[in-house]
Design a protein around this ligand. Sequence first.
Ligand SMILES: [Zn+2]
Length: 334
Amino acid sequence: MGLRHASVLIAAFVMTLAAHPLKTLDFYFIDVEGGQSTLIVTPAGESMLVDAGYGGFDGRDPGRVMAAANDAGLTQIDYLVTTHFHGDHVGGVPELSRRIPIRTFVDYGEPVENGFGARRLYDAYSLVRANGQYIRPRPGDRLPLKGLDVDVVSAGGALITKPLAHGGGANPACAALVRKENDETENPRSLGIRLRFGRFQFVDLGDLSNANLAALFCPDNLIGRVPLYLVTHHGNSDTNIPAVLAALHPRVAVMNNGITKGGSYDTFRELHTAAWLEDVWQLHRSQNTEENYADDRIANLDDTTGYAIKASASEDGSFTVTNMRTGETKRYKK
Ligand SMILES: [Zn+2]
């Protein structure tokens, strides 16, 4: 190779580096008015969507998922994780599948609720699921995304019983645990994941609640500390367990509440008293309470807009959070 060729190659390499700085793991906490839809895009370009919000409302939630997918440059959803079979999580799937290919479906099987509404939701979803690959994981399984570890910690009412790698030890906050029974809904059966990328960790437990939520953290913290925590069950009271928050010890929490859905007074109070928590970002200002965080930490001040909150994490554990309404980005250094 001549000198000139070599220098051209080096110049091309430098330009490539400039165009592609170290890749981040990106999260879009999509506003689905108090349901869940969280789009995760890995440094390898794979995508995992956790829930798809509500159906109906003229395709509102699938439309918002598509806005995030377009922002991320996606042409397909590689993995769709359905945490549980409630309308605010699985309702948007059939319409979304008409707008973008969904390759692999991940869920815990079928619902325990048997009412007409629950069956209709599940029937519509399972028809779509039949068109793709399907993974029905058990707690302790790892989803096959490249370049990061996605561990399933709960599914269909079963839970991991041993600490994950990088999990925690005995949790002293469990001394004050008030035990509550699981309810009979899908919520305590939610499929939960812990995601690890280098030194960065994130937890999404869907609507896991009451005894099953507590069992992941008491008496031992099986999951470990996470810098970024999606507040479970939209910030409802049945997931406000101080020992859980103490175990996770997040630097930043995101709450996917609606204007009147989730966002309970006692959950806000608990978050406000956690001294180590640097910020809480809300998808909506809540009308349930006066305990909201400052407006610049809130993506939607009422229910007339549908802005997301975006987070980007690096392997060294640092991350940024952006309010898509204001454009403000805050950096959380390692
Ligand atoms: Zn929900």
